[in-house]
Design a protein around this ligand. Sequence first.
Ligand SMILES: C[S@@+](CC[C@H](N)C(=O)[O-])C[C@H]1O[C@@H](n2cnc3c(N)ncnc32)[C@H](O)[C@@H]1O
Length: 230
Amino acid sequence: MKSWIDFWNAEHSIYVNARHKQLHAEAVARDIVRHIPRTNAVVLDHGCGEALYAEVVAQRCGCLILCEAAPKICADLAQRLAGVSNVQVIDPVGAEQIPPASLDLVVVNSVLQYLSRDTLEALLDLWRAALKPNGRLVIADVIPPGVNPLRDAAALLWFATRGGFLFPALGGLVRTALSDYGRIRKALGFSMYREPEFVALLAAHGLAAERSHPNFGHNQARMTFSARKM
Ligand SMILES: C[S@@+](CC[C@H](N)C(=O)[O-])C[C@H]1O[C@@H](n2cnc3c(N)ncnc32)[C@H](O)[C@@H]1O
């Protein structure tokens, strides 16, 4: 059975076409930029994926560090962004070397569902140590229990209707359900958290978290949390 990282590292059709990818990137860029505290901020985007928004976000902060676990995505990012002087691309081993108290903002969008509890807890400690005393950790697209694949599909179709890619989205949903994504989701499931449970988990790692509205991206059934060091 493939892992989620294997899934993201291979070709997939989660983004149903170029317009979907573009609109997703624009929305995530807007959402990240909203949380950047000032123009010289040092920002870590952990689990950044292809980060088609990287250039836009990099223009709004002092330094953007992109961390990605899928080796092919990481290599492609490093190549694509080699000419952008305030962007660094790292893998999870590189993330362990981020100096303590060096980051103003850590954003983690649509990643938690793919992380085991142990991995998440280790990352909470890493992010906390890397944050400056007044830095912020923003974790977005956290899935509460009860948000099933049909709810995700409905949110995508609404996004697609507004974005003018409804028919490709309908085809994409069928392709995704029949793909490795559907098989891995059935086998491994998603990590899901209730709001109070998630706030308590962050508190146990020395982070005071609160719900932040709106959620990143198009699915408002999922949750964003903003946390600071206690
Ligand atoms: C759904 S994508 C989200 C990408 C991006 N954050 C966005 O909003 O478009 C999840 C990404 O997280 C990456 N990922 C999963 N576990 C990770 C980990 N432990 N460290 C870094 N990246 C991870 C996956 O490889 C994948 O590219």
